[in-house]
Design a protein around this ligand. Structure first.
Ligand SMILES: Nc1ncnc2c1ncn2[C@@H]1O[C@H](COP(=O)(O)OP(=O)(O)OP(=O)(O)O)[C@@H](O)[C@H]1O
Length: 367
């Protein structure tokens, strides 16, 4: 049973999109090899890294398990990677599971009771855990104890079970929707931000080294610029560009090769894909930049309203290309510029742009 929370727009990305931030099968297979193993190798997220480093160093000094850690932020920014780094830095084993995998409180009890002292428990998508499991987790986090209910009805008894001290690392795309009692039991929350292009360039370089791909700095910059601030996407685009470079050229990834490869995959210079551009083009060309209602816009691009709203729009809004207003969707000046189109001018605005009105006449002589 799920917690009943709506899916996050991040989670509902269809996996067949090259630019989705959620992991597909190929990602999962390659990602293990690309994950940084220690905090020093982890690129970017300076603030979270420094804060976490203090938490871990202090725990090591005290010889105790650190406080529970909550990592929040969109998918593909390195939450799983950081949880593994936490375990490696503490020299502790790690157990990995996720909210949706824990259907019953008993599932959680089984995991908790088999933890060893100091072990790190990584709970991905913690906001999607069932309510009874969530309540069991409160007690486990605070008192390192759970009550296992044996039997049913009036004869049911609660058997207390002591747990060894462990560190929970929870990950969520929606920290704001976690129930406060759960949120409050984390001693440290790290908010992961989208990566800057220069940081993604370093990610691409590092991954290229591990995958044995020859790449020059301009090639890495080209891939980074199209990766939507997300290392998982950067790594995926790098693999597609590598294919192109190996099949059509000599294997070296330069700016030109990266740009041509990503053109084949319909990822433009700003990281927009076919659907993103279709939405923008409809908004600009059919509706003059809006405002237009979501369902009308969706019909124009032949997609479901939810797909437009949850898959294309979040990135377009983040990029400042589209705005959601109470009257409908509108395109920004940057959207016109990005598609190389000229916004229509309102008659008065057009005249004002041409000249100053004097003596009741515009500079062009019209009244
Ligand atoms: N700071 C980083 N430096 C280098 N590589 C990174 C960094 N962050 C993430 N990556 C790479 O990006 C990929 C995705 O990272 P990860 O699986 O940790 O993301 P996530 O936030 O846990 O995603 P999800 O929420 O979907 O589980 C991994 O291959 C990892 O190697």
């Amino acid at each position: 049973m799920e917690s009943g929370l709506p899916m996050s727009p991040y989670e509902s990305d269809p996996a067949d999109r090259l630019l989705t931030a959620s992991a597909d099968g190929e990602d999962q297979a390659v990602e293990a090899a690309l994950r940084p193993k220690l905090l020093d190798e982890f690129i970017g997220q300076e603030r979270v890294r420094e804060q976490l480093s203090l938490v871990l160093q202090a725990a090591r000094k005290r010889g105790a398990a650190p406080d529970h850690v909550l990592l929040s932020g969109p998918p593909g920014l390195g939450k799983t990677t950081l949880s593994m780094i936490i375990a490696a830095e503490l020299n502790a084993p790690i157990r990995i599971t996720s909210g949706p995998a824990i259907q019953h409180a008993g599932d959680l009890a089984a995991i908790l009771s088999s933890l060893t002292e100091g072990e790190v428990l990584f709970l991905d998508e913690i906001h999607r855990m069932s309510r009874p499991a969530e309540e069991m987790l409160y007690m486990a986090m605070e008192d390192f104890r759970v009550d296992v209910i044996v039997g049913k009805g009036p004869g049911a008894t609660a058997i207390p079970l002591e747990l060894p001290p462990f560190t929970l690392v929870g990950a969520t795309t929606r920290a704001g929707l976690l129930p406060p009692p759960l949120r409050d039991r984390f001693g440290f929350t790290g908010h992961m931000e989208f990566y800057a292009p220069a940081e993604l360039e370093r990610v691409v370089h590092r991954s290229a080294g591990l995958l044995d791909v020859e790449i020059d700095p301009a090639g890495a910059a080209e891939i980074a610029g199209r990766s939507r601030g997300t290392p998982r996407i950067a790594n995926r685009l790098l693999r597609r560009v590598r294919d192109f470079a190996q099949v059509r050229h000599d294997g070296l990834v330069s700016r030109e090769i990266a740009a041509r490869a990503l053109e084949v995959y319909e990822v433009d210079a700003r990281g927009l894909d076919r659907l993103d551009r279709a939405v923008l083009e409809a908004l600009l060309k059919l509706f003059g930049g809006g405002p237009v209602g979501l369902s009308t816009l969706a019909v124009a691009v032949g997609e479901e309203a939810e797909t437009v709203e949850e898959v294309a729009e979040p990135f377009l809004v983040r990029e400042g290309l589209l705005a959601r207003t109470p009257r409908g969707r509108i395109a920004t000046a940057a959207a016109w510029q990005h598609l190389g189109l000229t916004p229509p001018q309102a008659p008065a605005a057009a005249r004002a742009a041409r000249g100053v009105r004097q003596n009741g006449l515009w500079a062009d002589g019209q009244a």
